[in-house]
Design a protein around this ligand. Sequence first.
Ligand code: ADP
Ligand code: MG
Length: 339
Amino acid sequence: MSSVDIGIDLGTANTIITIGGKGIVVDEPSVVAYDKKKHQVLAVGAEAYKMLGRTPEYIIAVKPLKDGVISDNDTAEAMVAAFIRKVSSSMMLKPRIILCVPSLITDVENRAVIEAALSAGARKVFIIKEPIAALIGAGVDISKAKGAMVVDIGGGTTDIAVTSFNGIVQDTSIKMAGNKLDEAIIKYISAKYKIIIGEKTAEQAKMQIANVFDPDENKKMIVKGRHLLRGLPQSLEISEVDIYEAVIDHVNEIIAGVKNVLERTPPELVGDILASGIVLTGGGALLNGLDKLIQKVIGAPCYVADDALKCVAKGVEAAFNLSDELLDGFEKISLYRYK
Ligand SMILES: Nc1ncnc2c1ncn2[C@@H]1O[C@H](COP(=O)(O)OP(=O)(O)O)[C@@H](O)[C@H]1O
Ligand SMILES: [Mg+2]
């Protein structure tokens, strides 16, 4: 038997779990399927994802953190508990758990997921702030008295922060991220071409032919949807320009958030950021052309971190070795406070 460290990046779109020494053991959608009659969790992650929109009345398959706010404490708590059960074995001593949760969640919601970790047998539960984890995972040394800036774009929320000396100096969290871009693409295609496409199709188009910097009308793809008036299936060719027009206002909102945080940042730290650059993490960082657009509008270098989707999870895992150094990004939750 050995002591175990479990790291959980509880994202609005994806949950990534690491185990000390083993690395990533779970990387699955943040979805839970729950039987309301039996009060039982039927499935979590990829298995539950397949059930979305396909369940009978007494079963619910939901994304409890969809917009960065837990709409239902019970399902969020059940999902966390089920994920932890999935990775723990009877051989494990009570684990230490570090949780990284969306920064927009309320204290009550936060407590619900901490409860889930505690009832799963955790010896200690820590909470780490998302931007701190993202920067550590991106390989940025945040321990110096030097400004660093991260923009973590997930499914439901974008977290923007400036850090120095292991702490957050300025930050904001906005409900503008990947999901809203997908919705905007659906709306745009429906208004312009009178064709309704599904969420997954919209997301695929965003991944394949987005270009928010210099869109090319000759770069195209074919999508399938249903004609708004005739109701029948129909294929349609769309271009980078379509996706650009669909998402650009939303993307500009994210950039306005970056500007806003920079405006509140002390000049010395702004100087550091101008030298070292703005780091983009999370799945939304992969939006084609976003780094170039931010660089142009803000006037500071900007780059996408390696393995952007996994930065937070990697940072959470690394944090077990840094727990003495980190200040306000890392809060120890005492057991007695919650039991
Ligand atoms: N290549 C890509 N281009 C644009 N968006 C992407 C790409 N890959 C993933 N995404 C988006 O990233 C989001 C998920 O990112 P993630 O960091 O896992 O979110 P969260 O931390 O909220 O769970 C989704 O909205 C997804 O559509
Ligand atoms: Mg995330």
